[in-house]
Design a protein around this ligand. Structure first.
Ligand code: DLL
Length: 441
């Protein structure tokens, strides 16, 4: 499908020459180091490393600065990383911690405005125009997805339908009745919408949607094809995390060859998570971001735990910013099964290669004796479900082979009824690790 918009809408800072960009980054980094000098964590860390604003001469000097981890943020709960007086805070969001308390992030009025502009930028890069109506099905709350994208869409001048999450049948009614052309949510929720439409007897391809900006969780290229086929749309990927700003860190342009990182605001590094040394351009590593322009709670060298590769080759769209590939997993999501490293996304990739399965699955890892076991429960599509036993066995064997070829491991595959795996309105949860519950890892 051809993208229906020309792609000439970008800001000058998205196409700086590399030396110009590095100079701007150096300047902003120097200012940043000065601005956070009174944050207790950075004050101590800078003193230990013997750095201050005057020692920052180039963007490469980032490597002399300390890393910041989620644990550091937890230790300074709730707002110990604040770099401005409390009265300057205009907004507080929180990251979706799976356990315990959230990690809070604060914004000044100017931060909120910068954030909106960054979201607007990637939305425009992926085709959003003022004449569109945009359905946002991200939760509005502490999570940065809803409000972040909301203000971005407003900045572009398009109409927002702030549907928030939940009640999928009602979401479908809103999309139909308000004729939204653009959908904003997680990739898994886009599929839930397609599923629910089918159950209501509506062909999801007949919905008015033309394209979607999806993010907030890992997904595969096969999942993109599935979403595009089911809903008859183009699906764009965008990435971000609360600690750095929220959505707006990077997003795909119409060329869809990786997500352009908004490098005038974020300095990116890709490091080996064990040695913390930079990996070669194009190699996968852990992404590390420094927020160069945030005022309320800037962060230096934040270790995201997200594994992806960077790509600095020219993009046909004309933007000169470096792109990041899909996040293949998180260092803390990586399963070590009988000594082999496996990301849930590899299992998803294998499942989506097999016709007859739906992209709804759950991975359960256990260690009943001394060996790890993995059970992959995967939904069959309704058509396959009604077919003969021998066809089901063949389907089972195909999945088994694909998983083995992608991961190198044998896993036990269970085909389950259509609609029997839980659907998620926010981020999908795909893994249950009983070993963790039993205190074995
Ligand atoms: O998920 C921010 C966001 C909202 C981004 C909406 C895009 C759209 P957190 O809740 O802090 O913030 O979770 C951040 O989600 O470290 C990644 O592991 C994951 N993530 C976000 N976007 C993507 C993506 C928001 N496009 C964490 N692909 C990050 C893969 C993603 N993983």
């Amino acid at each position: 499908m051809d993208f229906p918009f020309e792609n000439r809408c970008f800001e000058a800072q998205e196409k700086l020459s590399r030396p110009e960009l590095r100079e701007l980054q150096a300047h902003r980094l120097r200012e940043l180091v000065g601005r956070v000098a009174n944050v207790p964590f950075y004050k101590d860390a800078f003193a230990k490393a013997g750095v201050n604003a005057s020692t920052i001469r180039s963007a490469d000097d980032i490597r002399r600065l300390p890393f910041t981890t989620k644990e550091d943020l937890r230790q300074h709960y709730p707002l110990g990383f604040l770099a401005v007086p409390r009265e300057q805070i205009a907004r507080i969001h929180g990251s979706s911690g799976t356990t315990g308390k959230p990690t809070f992030v604060a914004y000044t009025t100017q931060d909120v405005d910068t954030w909106a502009s960054l979201c607007a930028r990637f939305l425009v890069a992926g085709g959003l125009r003022p004449e569109h109506t945009v359905h946002i099905a991200f939760g509005y709350g502490l999570f940065t997805g809803g409000f972040g994208l909301h203000y971005g869409v407003e900045k572009v001048g398009a109409a927002v339908v702030p549907a928030s999450s939940g009640n999928t049948p009602r979401q479908i009614m809103l999309i139909q009745d308000l004729a939204s052309q653009v959908l904003i949510c997680t990739p898994s929720y886009a599929l839930t919408i397609a599923d629910c439409a089918k159950q209501k007897g509506i062909n999801p391809r007949d919905l008015p949607l033309e394209f979607a900006h999806l993010g907030g969780e890992p997904w595969t290229e096969d999942m993109r094809h599935q979403i595009e086929k089911e809903l008859g749309i183009l699906a764009f990927n965008n990435y971000g995390l609360s600690e750095v700003i929220g959505p707006g860190v990077s997003g795909e342009c119409v060329a869809r060859t990786g997500m352009h990182i908004q490098e005038d605001h974020f300095l990116v590094e890709c490091v080996n998570p064990d040695t913390l040394e930079p990996v070669k351009m194009g190699e996968r590593g852990e992404l590390v971001f420094t927020s160069l322009t945030k005022q309320a709670m800037p962060i230096i060298r934040y270790r995201t735990r997200d594994i992806a590769a960077l790509d600095d080759s020219p993009c046909p769209c004309g933007r000169t910013t470096c792109r990041m590939g899909r996040v293949v997993g998180r260092t803390d999501d990586m399963l070590i099964i009988r000594g082999v490293n496996v990301f849930p996304s590899q299992i998803e990739e294998a499942l989506l290669r097999v016709d007859g399965t739906a992209p709804h699955y759950m991975i359960e890892v256990d260690r009943p004796g001394t060996l790890d076991t993995v059970t992959v429960r995967v939904e069959m599509t309704p058509k396959f479900f009604s077919d003969s036993m021998s066809e089901m066995q063949a389907l089972h064997d195909r999945i088994d082979r694909e998983i083995h070829s992608v991961t190198g491991l044998r896993m036990s595959v269970e085909l389950v009824d259509p609609q029997s795996i839980e659907r998620f309105v926010g981020k999908a949860k795909r893994v249950i690790d009983r070993r963790r519950e039993k205190g074995l890892i």
